[in-house]
Design a protein around this ligand. Structure first.
Ligand code: PMP
Length: 392
């Protein structure tokens, strides 16, 4: 009999053969400890794979604020913001975001993926040139594809390569430079000051994705651009509510003229339903806590330095730094999976990151630390990892 799905079986076989297959794991409700520990399929695991950097996802005040918003406004967004979904809650959030980021305006999107695809495809068009760091997030790449611009990928954080490409395209149509602030799979930082200089020298525009910088950097958690004193220099500042905020959603901050353009042209905003009121209510509370509970930012940076130090003490090669993303380079897909499986057997959730999320041959365990991990948690985890290396 003709099997209509034979091609899917074949695609699966290929993935499996190269240790690239992915599957979903079931996480059960719990968490009285700021999300540092989770239950997966009945097993209690130290969570070293969460983007909940500040431990806010389970904060009672945030959950309560969300519930109050839901009680006032209902469960659903009910329509696009351009139809009837633009609750006053949204406007309050955008006002607060713009003030926090010291920019003229802000615009909230459903999530980071939709913000990047919507914003980039609205800002670029055929014949424009986008210069994008090779390690930028997939949603940036997809936005460039949707915008039909010419896509120039520069070597990771390589300013000479970027300048070479900019020089080659001199005199063309509009030019955009786009970068993550903290790179999602490598945990290193973009050279923002130099990127602003190149933007000026080549008459380009600059967009920075602060998904991993928001909440954890900057005096009030505004992100790495603020920390570098560049808040007003970057044309489009993008960030998410799904990581340090512990909730969901995303935003951009920019000049009013940019916000107006996006409101008219960003298709992911126009043709998609507004976020549910629960989410906006929760994000408003999280934004307050991010600004006031400075100890969380201090703790996550301390833990980031500490875990790197503990791994290095045990002979692992990790870069020094204080961002919460700590990749342990392994290389081969199968070996990386083995590390991840063994970590889990020993009570640690730390996922294997494989291509196409990272370049071929650079599979890794991506550890992330949180403000709510204790020193004992991290020491224990580093010991487990050493034990696994000795076994393998
Ligand atoms: N940008 C970066 C740098 C990210 O790491 C992510 C999330 N992994 C996103 C955008 C997408 O954000 P979201 O999960 O809110 O869709």
């Amino acid at each position: 009999m003709n099997n209509r799905y034979a091609w899917l079986e074949e695609e699966w076989r290929q993935l499996d053969q190269h240790s690239l297959a992915r599957a979903l794991h079931t996480v059960e409700p719990m968490s009285k400890d700021g999300g540092a520990w989770i239950h997966v399929s009945g097993q209690r695991l130290l969570n070293l794979s969460s983007n909940n950097y500040l431990g806010l996802a389970h904060d009672k005040r945030i959950v309560e604020a969300g519930m109050q918003a839901a009680q006032t406004w209902g469960a659903g967004g009910t329509a696009s913001r351009l139809v009837n979904g633009n609750y006053t809650l949204y406007e309050e959030l955008e006002r607060q975001l713009a003030a926090w980021k010291e920019r003229e305006g802000a615009l909230v999107f459903a999530n980071g993926y939709q913000a990047n695809t919507g914003v980039i495809s609205a800002m670029v068009g055929r014949g424009d040139a986008v210069f994008s760091d090779r390690l930028n997030h997939a949603s940036i790449v997809d936005g460039i594809i949707l915008g039909r611009a010419n896509h120039y990928r520069y070597r990771h954080n390589d300013l000479e390569h970027l300048e070479y490409l900019l020089r080659e395209q001199r005199g063309g149509r509009r030019k955009w430079i786009i970068t993550d602030s903290i790179f999602s799979m490598d945990g290193d930082m973009a050279p923002l000051t130099a990127l602003v200089e190149l933007r000026d020298r080549y008459d380009a525009m600059l967009m920075v994705d602060e998904a991993h910088g928001g909440g954890v950097r900057g005096e009030q958690g505004q992100g790495l651009c603020h920390e570098a004193g560049l808040a007003n220099q970057v044309d489009v500042l993008m960030g998410t509510f799904s990581k340090a905020f512990g909730v969901y959603g995303a935003y951009v901050c920019a000049d009013e003229v940019v916000i107006r353009h996006l409101t008219n042209k960003a298709r992911s905003l126009i043709y998609s339903t507004a976020l549910p009121p629960f989410v906006i209510g929760s994000v408003l509370e999280a934004l307050q806590l991010i600004q006031t509970e400075t100890w969380r930012r201090v703790a996550v940076r301390r833990n980031a330095r500490l875990f790197r130090h503990l791994l290095r003490l045990r002979g692992f090669s990790v870069e020094e730094g204080d961002t919460p993303i700590i990749p342990l380079a392994i290389g081969e897909n199968e070996l990386t999976l083995q590390y991840s499986r063994k970590l889990r057997e020993r009570g640690i959730a730390a996922v294997a990151i494989r291509p196409p999320t990272v370049p071929a041959g650079s599979a890794r365990i991506r550890f992330t630390v949180m403000a709510t991990h204790t020193r004992a948690d991290l020491e224990w985890a580093a010991d487990q990892l050493k034990g696994i290396r000795d076994e393998l």
